[in-house]
Structure formats: structure tokens, C-alpha cells
Design a protein around this ligand. Sequence first.
Ligand SMILES: *[C@@H]1O[C@H](CO)[C@@H](O)[C@H](O)[C@H]1NC(C)=O
Ligand SMILES: *[C@@H]1O[C@H](CO)[C@@H](O)[C@H](O)[C@H]1NC(C)=O
Ligand SMILES: *[C@@H]1O[C@H](CO)[C@@H](O)[C@H](O)[C@H]1NC(C)=O
Ligand SMILES: *[C@@H]1O[C@H](CO)[C@@H](O)[C@H](O)[C@H]1NC(C)=O
Ligand SMILES: *[C@@H]1O[C@H](CO)[C@@H](O)[C@H](O)[C@H]1NC(C)=O
Ligand SMILES: *[C@@H]1O[C@H](CO)[C@@H](O)[C@H](O)[C@H]1NC(C)=O
Ligand SMILES: *[C@@H]1O[C@H](CO)[C@@H](O)[C@H](O)[C@H]1NC(C)=O
Ligand SMILES: *[C@@H]1O[C@H](CO)[C@@H](O)[C@H](O)[C@H]1NC(C)=O
Ligand SMILES: *[C@@H]1O[C@H](CO)[C@@H](O)[C@H](O)[C@H]1NC(C)=O
Ligand SMILES: *[C@@H]1O[C@H](CO)[C@@H](O)[C@H](O)[C@H]1NC(C)=O
Ligand SMILES: *[C@@H]1O[C@H](CO)[C@@H](O)[C@H](O)[C@H]1NC(C)=O
Ligand SMILES: *[C@@H]1O[C@H](CO)[C@@H](O)[C@H](O)[C@H]1NC(C)=O
Length: 506
Amino acid sequence: MKLQQIRLYLSIFSVIYFFSLSQLCDADFMCGSGWMYVNTFPGKCLKLFTSPQEFEDARKKCWDNGGQLMTMLETINQLIFGESSIREHRYWIGLKCDKEDKENDCQWIRDMEMKNTTKPIDEDKYLCGTVDKNRRLNYLSCSEKSSFICETNPECDKITYGAKCSKRCSPYCGGQDKACNKKNGSCVYGCVDGYQGELCDRECGKNMYGAKCSKHCSPYCGGRDKACKNINGSCIGGCVDGYQGQLCDRKCGNKTYGVKCSKLCSPYCGGEDKACNNMNGSCVYGCVDGYQGELCDRECGNNTYGAKCSKHCSPFCGGKDKACNNINGSCVGGCVDGYQGELCGRKCDNKTYGVKCSKRCSPYCGGEDKACNNMNGSCVYGCVDGFEGELCDRAECENNSYGANCLENCSPYCAGANNTCDKINGTCLFGCVHGYQGAWCNEEKPNETQSVVDRHKTFIYSHEAIISSILFVLAVLSAFLLLPKVRSAEERLSRYTSSMEQEDQF
Ligand SMILES: *[C@@H]1O[C@H](CO)[C@@H](O)[C@H](O)[C@H]1NC(C)=O
Ligand SMILES: *[C@@H]1O[C@H](CO)[C@@H](O)[C@H](O)[C@H]1NC(C)=O
Ligand SMILES: *[C@@H]1O[C@H](CO)[C@@H](O)[C@H](O)[C@H]1NC(C)=O
Ligand SMILES: *[C@@H]1O[C@H](CO)[C@@H](O)[C@H](O)[C@H]1NC(C)=O
Ligand SMILES: *[C@@H]1O[C@H](CO)[C@@H](O)[C@H](O)[C@H]1NC(C)=O
Ligand SMILES: *[C@@H]1O[C@H](CO)[C@@H](O)[C@H](O)[C@H]1NC(C)=O
Ligand SMILES: *[C@@H]1O[C@H](CO)[C@@H](O)[C@H](O)[C@H]1NC(C)=O
Ligand SMILES: *[C@@H]1O[C@H](CO)[C@@H](O)[C@H](O)[C@H]1NC(C)=O
Ligand SMILES: *[C@@H]1O[C@H](CO)[C@@H](O)[C@H](O)[C@H]1NC(C)=O
Ligand SMILES: *[C@@H]1O[C@H](CO)[C@@H](O)[C@H](O)[C@H]1NC(C)=O
Ligand SMILES: *[C@@H]1O[C@H](CO)[C@@H](O)[C@H](O)[C@H]1NC(C)=O
Ligand SMILES: *[C@@H]1O[C@H](CO)[C@@H](O)[C@H](O)[C@H]1NC(C)=O
């Protein structure tokens, strides 16, 4: 420190001189009797020693009193010199300067730090500092004799402790002034939240926090060690899935779940509030109809529907895959023939059948209720009289008629009584009469010409008999009425017969 700086310093503080009664009251308590307390920072205890000593002896004396020569110029402003100082007008302070280097080198001698001292050999090299009662700074040869001022530290204040108050109370001591025991530093009012130990110098242990470290971090703190802040318990590694809040003490709500409650429960969760497990999202009350899976995120498949997908689509659902609506089972592709209803669970009724039950059973179906097969319309109890076919949609043909509206006649060459033939296609039921063949008996058998000729002969003979009778009648008639015309009549007759013979030959 330079001399000029020290002078300036001193003069500034000399101006502001004040005196406080309270300092006197504190003095005995904090400094011991005979010492005065000065309220600088840090506070000091001062004492005037009025028997003159050489500098180094004065210094030794201060040491023996547990202190050192005064080292702080600020303190001089509060120093009371009193009556005893009238004769003695100068006092050593702990300032020592190198004679040869007046400009630069003055040093405070701080024995409280250096502990022990030994007198330097070449004393003449130095000048030592004094102040007078007018608070002026002077320098003398260190071997001159002078009164001197010693200083010591006061008792520790509230926030320091230990030897020479060199240690600070923990900042985590509790209470308004964070006081600690002056000897061993233990905090007077316990610790602030998050700290423990008599000195309040340790954070709460693993997974504990708060006042007296008595609270447990939430078990839902995330991260490998599930740690939380020692002071307020907020989780360091976030929360595990399904929990939220700085303390991870709240389950996900509002139909959310998972990491940071960022996922939404399925809208197909069942129950009134559609709640899902806060951690993995599985629906608490199962799924609404038509959905499955723990998360209720899959529609019913495999032709099932409804609650828990436990119902099966109707086997009469139409379409390629016979699928039905996953919720209410109504068939997606309509129904197969013969079934109706959204679920295709009802057979056609009311005497209907077929696609969408849009066809009507024949009114000629038999039986009491005239029912027909719901799919293909075939009458269950046959037809009423006069109708036939599986659908009873054809009138039955009489005797030897057949075909649509029975307009065709059975071949006269069908064998059996009444020339019976198939009512639908006209084929002869009992074969053909002799000389005919084919399903309809309309083909002559070529090898039976002989018998055909015989039959022609019979045919001709019968004609001749009729003709003979006619001739006989004509003869009688002509005998009475037409005698003159007998010849020409005979001629016509012969022409008639010859034309008949010609017809026979085709
Ligand atoms: C201080 O020094 C003296 C002699 O120089 C010695 O006897 C004494 O033990 C020392 N004190 C300490 C505390 O070192
Ligand atoms: C500190 O001193 C106080 C008062 O004497 C005592 O109650 C406390 O147990 C001491 N603490 C330690 C750590 O020694
Ligand atoms: C807890 O303390 C930490 C860090 O001191 C802070 O970031 C956080 O906001 C605090 N939480 C609460 C709930 O006070
Ligand atoms: C649900 O949402 C409301 C409104 O957004 C909010 O006030 C409430 O805290 C939420 N509840 C939970 C449990 O997250
Ligand atoms: C979800 O958690 C619940 C309850 O712990 C459990 O019963 C269920 O099996 C879990 N679901 C899944 C998909 O992990
Ligand atoms: C259909 O059934 C098969 C076999 O049981 C199964 O593997 C598949 O997951 C089912 N599909 C659906 C959508 O349920
Ligand atoms: C079934 O659901 C489908 C689709 O939502 C709807 O069109 C149909 O009318 C429903 N059927 C019944 C019987 O509720
Ligand atoms: C049958 O038809 C009648 C008249 O069209 C109707 O009133 C009745 O409900 C029908 N019955 C069924 C089972 O569809
Ligand atoms: C209609 O279905 C019934 C019952 O399956 C069957 O016996 C009948 O032969 C069918 N008729 C027709 C014309 O397919
Ligand atoms: C032939 O027809 C008559 C009159 O229609 C009938 O009485 C008779 O039973 C029928 N004969 C046969 C074998 O069908
Ligand atoms: C005529 O109908 C009958 C009976 O249905 C059947 O056996 C026969 O094969 C049919 N004949 C022809 C040529 O269609
Ligand atoms: C017709 O009948 C004669 C003998 O009556 C026989 O020789 C000939 O092979 C038959 N022809 C046919 C086509 O049956």
C-alpha cells in the first residue's frame, strides 16, 4: 500500500467521527473489560497501551494479549483517547515501511495470522507508523518508544463460529438469522428444508426431501434412481408413465395415459367415463360393443360383433366374406336368398322367398299354410289339385294333353290306356304302340311295312263294305227314281275308288 493512499484514507475517515453508546455496552460482553468495541466490519476490539515501548516490543505485547497492533485505519474514528492520552500523543499501529523505498512499501503487520514473531535484525532499515490523538499518521524509527494500540477480534457474530470466527455458519441453518453455535457451528434453529446434520451441511439422503428430510420422493419419480430435489421434492428425472406434476404425485386424468400423460384413452373404452389405466392405457371397464383388445383399439374381426366380439355374424349374411357391422351385426353385403332382416336372422315368411324375400310363393302351393322353401320357392307340401311343378306354377294337363297350357296332344301311338304321355314334355310313358318308335312315338318302324299294308287292306275292305251298302241303296233308289242315270253314277263311283287307292300309295 502506498503512503499517500493511507493518508487519504485516514483523512476521509477523520471527518466522520461519531461515537455510539451501544458500542460501549457491547464492549465488555464482546471484547472483555478494558477493551472497547468498534463497529466496523468486521468488528474489532481496541485497547490503548500507554507505557511506551519499541515497535517490536509493542507488537509482542499485543500478541500476548491475544491480538496485534491495530491494522485498520477505519477503526481509529471510533477510538476514544480519553484523559490518559494528554501526555502521550502518539501510538504505534501495525504499519511498517521500508526506509529505502518510502514511496512504495508499507505493510500491515498482521500477527493474528502470522501467529508468532521474531524481532528482525536490521531494525534500522524500517520506519514504523503511529497515529496521534488528532488521528494523524506519522512515521518514526521503529526503535523509538511510543504508546501503542492493540486490537483483537470480538466474539463471533451470529453467522460465524470457531477459532477466531473463521468459519461461517451453514447458509442452510434455519431460523430468521440462520444462527449457529459459536463454538461448534451447530445450527441453533435446525436446518432449512432439504438439509440435515447438526451443521446443516448435508443435503437430504437418497430419495428424501423437505423439512428435516422427513419426506419421501414420490415412488413415481422417473429416471434410474427416482431422485427428487432435496428442497421441494420435484422429481429430477420426470415421472414414470402414468403420472404427472412436479412431484409426480398425480395420476393421469382426463382420459389420458402414458409418458407425460400425453396419450389419449381409446374412445372405445367402455364404462361411463371411458377411463383407461393411467400407465398402459388398458381400458378399465372393457370396451364398448364392437371393439376388442386391452386398449379397445381393434374392431371385431373374423365375422364377430357386439359386446366383447362374442357374437357371430349370421351365416346368412351375403357377400363374399359374409361380414357384418362390428357393433350391431347388421350384414354388410345384405342377406343370402331366403333371409331377411338387418341381421339376416329371419327366414322369408308370409309366403315369400328368394332375393330379399321379394318373390311370392305360388298361390297353388299345397298344405294348410301353403308354405314354400324360403330359398328356392319350392312348395313344401306339394301343390293343390290341378297344379304341378316344384313351384306349383303349372296347371296339370288332362288325360292325353301336355305342354304349356296343355295345348299339345299326346301321340295317338303312345301305348297304354288313354294314350297317356308326360304332362310336361309329351314323351310317351308306356312306350309306343306296335310299329312306332321314338320318345313321342311319332316315328314309324320301317320293318313293319307288312303289317301296315295289312291294316290298309282292312281299311279298304271296310270302305268297300260301305260303298257296297251305298251302292245297294243307290240301286234301290235308281230302280225307282234315277234309272236312266245309273250308268253315269257307276262311272263316278269307279273314279272315286281309284282316287282312294292313289292316296293310299303315298
Ligand atoms: C512463539 O515463539 C516463542 C519463541 O520465539 C516460542 O517459545 C513459542 O512457543 C512460540 N509460540 C507459538 C504459538 O508458536
Ligand atoms: C455443539 O454445541 C451444542 C451446545 O453446546 C451441543 O448441544 C451440540 O451437540 C454440539 N454439536 C456438536 C456437533 O458437537
Ligand atoms: C422445485 O425446485 C426446483 C429447483 O430449485 C424448481 O425448478 C421447481 O420449480 C421447484 N418446484 C416447485 C413445485 O416448487
Ligand atoms: C382435466 O382437464 C381440466 C381442464 O383442462 C383440468 O383443469 C384438470 O386439472 C384436468 N384433470 C387432471 C386430473 O389432469
Ligand atoms: C395394464 O395394467 C393393468 C394393471 O396393472 C394390467 O392388469 C394390464 O394387464 C396391463 N395391460 C397391458 C396391455 O399391459
Ligand atoms: C381372427 O382369428 C385368428 C385366429 O383365431 C386370429 O389370429 C386373428 O387375430 C383374428 N382376427 C381378428 C381381427 O380378431
Ligand atoms: C347398425 O349400424 C349401421 C352402421 O352404423 C347402421 O347403418 C344400421 O342401421 C345399424 N343397424 C341396426 C339394427 O341398428
Ligand atoms: C305378413 O304380412 C302382413 C301383411 O302384409 C303383415 O301385417 C305382417 O306383419 C307380415 N308378417 C311378417 C312376419 O312379416
Ligand atoms: C329347393 O330346396 C329344397 C330344400 O333344399 C330342395 O329339396 C329342392 O330340391 C329345391 N328345389 C329346386 C328347384 O332347387
Ligand atoms: C282313361 O280315361 C277314362 C275317361 O277319362 C278314365 O275313366 C280311365 O280311368 C282312364 N284310364 C286310365 C288307365 O287312365
Ligand atoms: C320328359 O320328362 C320326363 C319326366 O320328367 C323325363 O324322364 C324325360 O327324360 C323327358 N324327356 C325328354 C326328351 O326331355
Ligand atoms: C326288315 O325285315 C326283314 C325280314 O322281315 C329283314 O330281313 C331286314 O333286315 C329288316 N330290316 C331292318 C332295317 O330291320
